[in-house]
Design a binder for this molecule. Structure first.
Ligand code: SF4
Length: 88
């Protein structure tokens, strides 16, 4: 039986697994829990893509899903744990 280094018939090649990981990571988008958000705007300041913004009365953080690149800075900086990156 021919064996290829680093390949097992029951385990996909690493490149394939990396592609799946990247696609899954890219699909993760922030969801803001309105009950936990204190409107501190830390996520707005932290997002390098400008994807986080405050609603009209500045009482809740919202997400421009089209701008979000799943960077995760918003989730990391939120002091109340109001943001969770979620598979969409
Ligand atoms: S960092 Fe958290 S608490 Fe502050 S505005 Fe954003 S979601 Fe709300």
């Amino acid at each position: 039986m021919l064996e290829s280094p680093g390949y097992h018939p029951l385990q996909p090649p690493q490149e394939f697994r990396l592609d799946i990981f990247k696609e899954t990571a890219m699909a993760m988008k922030p969801v803001v829990d309105a009950d936990l958000c204190t409107a501190c705007a830390a996520c707005v300041d932290a997002c390098p893509e400008g994807a986080m913004y405050m609603n009209d009365d500045e009482s809740l953080a919202l997400v421009h899903l089209d701008k979000c690149t799943s960077h995760g800075a918003c989730e990391a900086v939120c002091p109340t744990g109001a943001i969770v990156l979620t598979d969409m």
